[in-house]
Structures are given as C-alpha cells and as structure tokens.
Design a protein around this ligand. Structure first.
Ligand code: SF4
Length: 766
C-alpha cells in the first residue's frame, strides 16, 4: 500500500472523499476554503500529501480555536480512529488521526465515520427517562421515579418467579467496561445467567467453530497481515459496504498485484477487483469448502510438515471429505470443477494466504460447521501463525468482539471466555462479585424469545439493541416483547423495541463517554468523551451502578478505568490491559497476560490454544439448509447490509446526508427471475415467506444469481426479518439462518400500503 505516513492514497476517489468528508463532516456548512480544496482535489491539481492540512477553518471557525480529541469509531468493528472537532457540545467534523494513532485505518474513514454525527442531537434523541402513565402512554419522569419503577419491576419478577426469570440483552455498541458491568449486573444483581447480545445473531458460530478448531474464537491475524499476504480469500463478505476501510486496504493489495478470490452469492463490489469471482448458492458452503479441502489433500497440495507437526485429525478429515468430488460439488452448489480447482490451487500455491469472511458464512443453521470447514482449509495449507497468514472473521458492530464476547455478557461464559460450568471459574467470580452463580448456563438471545413464549422468562432489560427488528421472525419477537411482564429499554432513541417497554432510560452515545472498544483484530482502543451527555442522559455504566446500588449492592466506580482494573484482574487474556497502557501504546491486542506483556499481534505462532497445543481438524460433512425453495416459495432470500446504514438504523436514519443516498430497503432480483415474474426495475413487489410479507421496490440486477434474492436489514417499515425464521438455529451456537429463507415475489397490484411514491430505488453499492 502506498505509504500512509504522507497521508496520501493511490485511490483518487478516496482523496476526494477524504477532503469532501472533512468538509461535509461540518454538516454542510459553507466552507470557502474547503470548497477550494474539494475543487482542487476533483481537478487533480492539488499537491500530493497533506490534503487535509490545507483546510484551516470550518465555516467561520478556525480549526485552531476548536477542541480536538481522538477517539474510536462507534459504527463498525474495523475500529477506525479519528480526531473529533467540537465547538462546545457541537460536533463539527472528524478526520483520521495521525497514522501512528490509527494503525487500522491510516488516513481513511468511511462515509459513516466522516458524516454520521447528526444523530447525537437529532430530534428523536432521548434526553429524559420515560415511564408509562395510567393510560399506558409514555410520560417524562425524573431519574428517581424511573429508577424506582425499574427496581420495583425487577424485584417483583425475582420474588414471584426467581432471578432466572429475568433476562438481559447487552450492547455491542457500548464500551468494554460497560459490558463487563452488564454481565456482572445480570449475575450479581438480577441473579440470572440469561444475558446475551447481538453476537448471537452474527458471529457466534465463528466463535464456536474457531474455538473448537484452534482454541480462540477470534481473528488470528492483525489487519496488517492483509498487506503481508500473497493472496486473500473472501467469502460471505460484502466487504466494501460492511467494512469499508478494510475493503480499501484489500483493494489496494490487488492493485499492488496480489491475488483475490471471492466466493459469494452476490457479485459484491469487491468482487470487481477479484482475480477469481465465483457465484455460489446460499446455504451450501460446506460443500464447496470441503470440495477444496478434498482436492488439496488428494493432489498432495497440502502443507505436510505443518499438518504433521501442528495439527491432529487429518485422517478423519480425509475420510469425511471423500464424497465432495468436483462433480458432486458442481451438482450441489453450481461451482464448476474448473472454478473449484482454480481457487484451491491459488490457496495451495501461494505461501501466505489470509481467509476473511462475514455473515454469509455464519448465519446458517450449520454455521459452526461452515467455520470448521474453513478452519480446516487454512490449517491444511499451513496458513496460520506466520506473517501474512491466518483467518479473519470481520466482526460487525463496533464492539461486538470486546463487549459482545470478551467481556462475557454471555449465558455460558464469564469475561475472557471462562466457562461458567467450570467450578473454579465460578468460585473466582462468586468471591469477586459476592454472589452465588447458577452452574446452569442461561438462554441465548435467540432462545430467549422462544423461552418467553413458554413462560420461562418474564422480564427483560434490553440495552442498546433493537430485537423487535433484528431478531429472526421479528413478528414473533415483537409479540413476545409485547407480552413481556416487565421490559426496560436503555437506548439513545425510542426504537421499535422501546415501544413495548414499561420504562425507557436515556443512554449516552460513544461521543459522550470514555472507555475502550475492541475491534475485529482483537485490538483494544480508547474511546474518549468529546461532548457532554445530551439532556439528562447518562452513560450505561452510571445507570447500571445506580440501579445496582438501589438493589442493595455497593458499587463505587468513579470512572471506567476502575472498572477496567477490576475486569483485567479476573480475565487472564486482558490481564495486562489498562486504559493507561491502551492510551500510551496506541492500542493493545489480546491475549495480553500481564503488565509487561506486549500484546499479541498474531495468534498461534508457536502453538494453538488447545490442551495439546495442536489445531484440532474437524471432520465436517454436509447439512442442507433448513428451508429450501419449493413450488410455493421458489426463491431463496439472503439478507445483509448496505454501506450507508447501520443495523436497524437508529443512528443513521436521523442523518439527512446519509438518507439522501439510501432511505429504504429494496430487493435485488436477477433479470431472468424478474422476467419470469413480470417485474421491472423499480416496481414495487411483495416478498413473502411462510412467516410474513413485506412490500419493497425491486432492483433488477445481474449482481445476484438466478434463484436468489437479496434484501437489506435496515428499515422498520419494510423489516425483512418478518420473513426469516426464529426457530431454525445452529445447534452449537444458536445463530439463526438469516441467509436462507424460501420466499416468493409478486408484483404489487393496486396501491401499496407503504408510501414509496417519491422515492427512487437506490443502489446498494458505494
Ligand atoms: Fe467507522 Fe467502520 Fe467506517 Fe471505519 S470503516 S469509519 S470503523 S464505520
């Protein structure tokens, strides 16, 4: 990659976007000098380097007069670092920090990192607690009154049904310190192990699959390894839209001559850069991955020395993949023998290969098997533990690695993946937290909604998540939320879930608090408060502390550094990580066992995290998706993200500039299928599964293969999760099968019940 040190990039679009981004980060205020810069960038007449430094004012404000603080992005888990320019409590603009403080992004940020800050003080922002009045409507309340209602509601449930009738959904948007307290609050204060988070909906199968094979359920690499690799293999990842800055890094590698192989049901934007793009049918990944493993073993292309010295189980794998001949793979997946061999030979012939994936590989009823098959492929080719080799599951929400996993707001694990079924672990946390802990794991998020249906759960405390839209089979999830005896929602906005709540507590955004996030390559980075909390909102950790103390505990944290200190002493893989070190050293990657440990750039350099230090290759067969197309529902629906939006849109929908680009969901349909069903580009169509229906505009595009349709996940009025299934779960990780649902599509006749008339379909590409 061209040096980041001179703050330049080869990508002309990115240069323009960078400068324009800084300009527009100031919320479209007139910027004379920046207009000049943007014009110069567009015309290519600016000198190379230091483009950002040409801007000296924002509107009528001199940069020198503004407050500047560096922080970590609160959108995706790439973990970009940037400086935030503020005037009082107004966020004016952001720009990437100096490269040495931003190892994962250098000079880049994406459209969300540059522009998406209006949500902080948007009209819908919650600034005071809300409680239900005698008519069942929300009214504003003091913190005292809201806390009293919450404490009374939680205690009533505990007294009548026991603590295990309470559940908690923790927030992967919140800091590590806050998520540590969420796990502690569930076990110590509520007395339940039913605490989980959005990790269950996305990469839990990655965690389960990698942990079984290598020991740690996390990326083995640093993002720098993409630059050290000879070839990159991506599958189930719309990298450009879901992890934009990482995509830029990968695209630069291809421009520099590296090989990129992409297997995906959609010809996603990064596939345009690929040396090989292969279309696959959603739901059959085990088959083509096993086919590659078989081809590599049968043709002696595997790394014999690595397999011999650092793995066990090759004989079982050899036997398990026998049936996955190239012809069989073609018959089941549509991947031709030539494409299969070509990809397998690329992987086997390059010395250093990095494997990346996102939810296309995990959100299946057999996601854990998919991951184990991929882990086998990396291991038999010796692509682990050396620079430029390894596996990288690209995590989604900003802190799902840290807050969603490492910090242990999980039904079966304490922080640092310490199992609650282990007596020693339980004893350690019982002593530290002064409470008894049930040895039985609680319900996973996806199970919570089924358990509540069976009257096994009566109360829920939901922090920074929106299960009413994000859970599979969202009609069912909404019914459960409505029936919940006591529901507390803590969020920035009155989201769809909050509409069912008894009490709503206003929380702070990442710009209003200090703590740490852990990004997708296990890097713990500082998050710093740059503005005061809006209205009467409070940080999640302050709310948890207030509630814990009103429920008889004595928490007395003065700041999040003290929480981090308590957490690290109980969590070996974070044992040497303090906020002071994270700040001084510009981030630290776990495992980091003590204060002298430098952190771990790359896992498995010497041994795997297993009892015998070997990678445990897994014999993986083939499981069909739980619901295949049939006569009634002849198409296969797969879902995903678009660049301009973030999950259920609570943070991006208030952004006028973002909405200009993408203000609704759509469905992509192949031209052949569109012709069969009499659909033209832009037509409104009904998309229907056995669980519900939605009305969306059609985008007719060859980007998606025939027989498959794609719809994004971001809007309430066209919530695609009405179509997905709450009951088809991965048996190991309980991750839902978001990526395969049988649907039918029909043109809308007459007036649609959704008002779309002024809106044009938008492209999902950047
Ligand atoms: Fe933020 Fe992710 Fe965009 Fe980076 S790539 S600016 S972390 S949303």
């Amino acid at each position: 990659m061209t040096s980041l040190d001179d703050r330049t990039t080869d990508d002309e679009d990115e240069q323009k976007e960078g400068v324009a981004g800084f300009m527009q980060g100031a919320r479209k205020k007139a910027l004379e000098n920046v207009e000049h810069v943007a014009e110069g960038a567009a015309a290519g007449t600016l000198p190379e380097g230091k483009l950002f430094d040409i801007a000296t004012t924002i509107g009528d404000k001199r940069l020198d007069d503004l407050t500047v603080e560096d922080t970590t992005c609160g959108y995706c888990a790439v973990g970009c670092r940037f400086d935030v320019y503020t005037d009082g409590d107004e966020v004016l603009a952001t720009r990437p920090t100096e490269p040495e403080k931003s190892p994962v992004n250098g000079i880049s940020t994406c459209v969300k990192g540059k522009f998406s800050y209006d949500f902080v003080d948007s009209e819908g922002r919650l600034t005071t607690p809300l409680v239900r009045d005698e008519n069942g409507d929300f009214r504003e309340a003091s913190w005292d009154e809201a806390y009293e209602r919450v404490v009374e509601g939680f205690q009533d449930i505990k007294e009548e049904y026991g603590g295990s009738a309470m559940s908690m959904i923790a927030s992967s948007k919140a800091t590590n310190e806050e998520n540590y307290l969420m796990g502690k609050f569930a076990r110590q204060v509520l007395g339940t192990n039913t605490v989980d988070n959005c990790n269950r909906l996305c990469h839990s199968s990655t965690v389960a699959g990698l942990a079984r094979t290598y020991g740690y359920g996390a990326a083995s690499i640093s993002n720098e390894d993409f630059e050290k690799a000879d070839a990159i293999f991506l599958t189930g990842s719309n990298t450009t839209e879901a992890h934009p800055v990482l995509a830029t890094r990968i695209k630069q590698q291809v421009k520099d001559g590296k090989e990129l192989v992409v297997f995906d049901p959609r010809e996603v934007q990064i596939a345009e850069y690929a040396t090989q793009y292969t279309e696959v049918r959603p739901g059959f990944d085990q088959v083509w991955i096993n086919g590659m493993v078989r081809y590599i073993i049968e043709n002696d292309l595997y790394d014999e020395e690595f397999v011999e010295e650092r793995t066990r189980g090759i004989d079982q794998v050899r036997e398990a993949v026998q049936e996955f001949t190239p012809d069989y793979v073609e018959e089941v997946t549509g991947v031709s023998p030539e494409e299969l061999k070509s990809a397998a030979e690329t992987i086997a012939s390059n010395d250093r290969v990095v494997f990346g994936w996102t939810l296309g590989l995990t959100e299946h009823s057999h996601g854990t098997e998919n991951i184990m098959a991929m882990a086998n492929l990396a291991a038999i080719t010796g692509n682990l533990g050396k620079p430029g080799t390894g596996v990288s599951p690209f995590r989604g929400q900003n802190n799902v690695q840290g807050g969603g996993g490492d910090m242990g707001p999980l039904p079966d694990n304490f922080p640092g993946y310490q199992s609650i079924t282990d007596e020693e672990n339980r004893k350690k946390f019982e002593e530290a937290w002064d409470c008894e802990i049930d040895p039985e794991p609680g319900f996973y998020t996806t199970e919570m909604f089924l358990a509540a249906n069976e009257d096994d759960l009566q109360g829920m405390y939901c922090i920074g998540e929106n299960p009413s839209l994000s859970e599979p089979g969202s009609n069912h999830a909404s019914e459960v939320l409505e029936e919940m005896e006591f529901l507390v929602v803590q969020d920035l906005f009155l989201n769809d879930t909050a509409k069912y709540a008894d009490v709503v507590l206003p929380a702070c955004s990442f710009l209003e608090k200090t703590g740490t996030f852990t990004n997708t390559d296990r890097r713990v980075q500082m998050v710093k408060q740059v503005i005061d909390p809006k209205g009467d909102s409070k940080t999640d950790w302050e709310i948890l502390q207030d509630l814990a103390n009103r429920m008889g505990r004595e928490w007395d944290y003065d700041n999040t550094a003290e929480i981090m200190e308590e957490m690290r002493q109980l969590t070996p893989i974070y044992g040497g990580i303090t906020q002071e070190r994270v700040e001084e050293e510009g981030g630290l990657q776990w495992p980091c066992y003590d204060l002298d440990h430098p952190g771990t750039e790359r896992l498995y350099t010497e041994e795997f995290n297993t009892e015998d230090g070997l990678a445990h290759l897994q014999a993986v067969g083939y499981n069909e998706p739980g619901e295949l197309p049939d006569e009634d529902y002849p198409l296969s629906l797969t879902t995903g993200r678009v660049l301009y939006q973030y999950h259920t849109g609570t943070m991006t929908h208030p952004e006028e500039g973002i909405q200009d680009y993408n203000d609704r969901d759509f469905v992509e349909i192949n031209p052949e299928d569109a012709a069969d069903y009499g659909i033209e580009d832009g037509d409104l169509v009904t998309l229907e599964s056995r669980r519900g229906e939605i009305t969306v505009p059609a985008q007719v595009t060859a980007r998606i293969g025939s027989g498959t349709v794609f719809a994004p996940i971001h809007f309430a009025e066209t919530c695609v999760n009405k179509l997905t299934d709450s009951e088809r779960l991965d048996p190991h990780a309980k991750t839902p099968e978001f990526k395969v649902s049988a649907v039918r599509v029909t043109p809308v006749e007459g007036e649609p019940d959704v008002d779309f008339e002024t809106r044009e379909p938008v492209s999902g590409d950047d």
